[in-house]
Design a protein around this ligand. Structure first.
Ligand SMILES: *Cc1c(COP(=O)(O)O)cnc(C)c1O
Length: 378
């Protein structure tokens, strides 16, 4: 996308552009990689910060029928957007939360025997539950002893119906890690034992990265999140996904500086000669990571009309400063748009500069950004 096509609202300093057609294309690419397994979508945390109200219908229009959220409140919000989809609440609910799940036809995840007992005591009226078994993550789900206890006494579910079993991979982004095959084998064995006790179950193990580990990780349904939003599911290889997110911010001011001047907080950037500095209307309050600032060994760039402009000085709450000495002055004027994320800067690259992961960068984009959605279902 070209920043020159963008009409950024006059009252905003920076805009988040979400390409819904890229999300649709990423959904189709994952479906092709799955050869037959269903592709469900993780849309927790407001679809990784990008806006579940627009993204969920885009995925539904591509044929996605199963959606995963973290909390009951996220499930309620999603039910307001999608009437027909199966919505799975990954954190599950205790006895005090099951009424809400029933009222909005949300599927509970059973992560513990306490949640099993609460569901058994609830007495019906809920969609089928998903049983989460922990195969090595040691985070959520029934551990081995709890799984054995439920297998020994399946009647503990009362009349509650379980239609699916899931687990989560700890090291899927590292294809060579021995935990991947170990978790897969533990999961397959647990599925067999639970099917003997409870009848047929849909099985789901893979997140985005797990999907790209191969067909023996797909089972019946994969749960993709990050790859739908354009993050690289296989960090060691070129990214097969289309980029979804762009951030463009306005230049507010330009100034000429020369030795021995410094730029920004802490006088952290000392110029070595005459330079032109552009002050840009986005900062860490917009989700641009403070830790991404250039360091002595690493230059972080933004792009103006496709040309690199190094970030200099510290990232402030509302502002960043760029060295635009090498950009034609006609391109770097007040009001011109700077690409902070876009064709030249991926969320994964910005995250790497800041010592974090793309998930955190897109998940923490600020509410102050104006939002523009491109494409999507008619
Ligand atoms: C978030 C989440 C996913 C999706 O993970 P990605 O790495 O974003 O594809 C899948 N399963 C569970 C249990 C999750 O919490």
């Amino acid at each position: 996308m070209d920043a020159r096509d963008l009409a950024i609202p006059a009252d905003a300093g920076a805009v988040l552009v979400v390409d819904l057609d890229a999300i649709a294309a990423n959904y189709r690419l994952i479906r092709e990689a799955c050869s037959g397994a269903e592709v469900g979508a993780a849309v927790k945390a407001d679809a990784y910060g990008l806006g579940v109200e627009r993204i969920a219908p885009t995925l539904a229009a591509e044929g996605c029928r199963t959606f995963f959220v973290a909390t009951p409140a996220e499930g309620v919000a999603l039910r307001g957007v999608l009437d027909a989809a199966e919505i799975v609440v990954l954190n599950g609910a205790g006895a005090d939360g099951l009424d809400l799940l029933a009222a909005h036809r949300l599927s509970p995840t059973l992560n513990s025997l306490a949640q099993v007992d609460a569901l058994a005591g609830f007495g019906g009226g809920l969609p089928n539950a998903w049983l989460h078994v922990d195969t090595g993550m040691n985070r959520l789900g029934l551990g081995p002893a709890e799984a054995d206890a439920l297998l020994a006494e399946p009647g503990r579910l009362g009349g509650a119906k379980v239609s699916a079993i899931l687990s989560h991979l700890a090291c899927a982004d590292d294809p060579g890690h021995p935990m991947n095959a170990a978790q897969r084998d533990v999961f397959a064995a647990l599925r067999t034992r639970f099917e003997a006790a409870l009848g047929p179950l849909r099985a789901s193990l893979a997140n985005s990265s797990g999907t790209f580990l191969g067909a023996d990780f797909h089972f019946d349904l994969v749960r993709s999140g990050a790859a739908l939003y354009g993050l690289n599911p296989s960090p060691g290889d070129p990214n097969p996904m289309r980029q979804v997110v762009g951030i463009y911010a306005k230049i507010l001011q330009l100034r000429a500086v020369d030795t021995p001047m410094t730029v920004g907080y802490g006088a952290a950037h000392r110029v070595a000669g005459p330079r032109r500095i552009a002050t840009v209307a986005a900062g860490y309050a917009d989700g641009y990571p403070r830790a991404a600032a250039s360091t002595e060994g690493r230059t972080m760039n933004a792009y103006i009309a496709g040309k690199a402009a190094p970030l200099v000085g510290r990232v402030s709450m509302d502002l960043i400063t760029l060295d635009v000495s090498d950009i034609p002055p006609a391109d770097a004027q007040p009001g011109a748009l700077v690409e902070l994320l876009g064709p030249h800067v991926s969320p994964d690259a910005l995250a790497a500069a800041a010592g974090t992961i793309g998930y955190e960068v897109i998940g923490r984009l600020g509410n102050r950004l104006a939002r523009i959605y491109r494409g999507g279902p008619a």
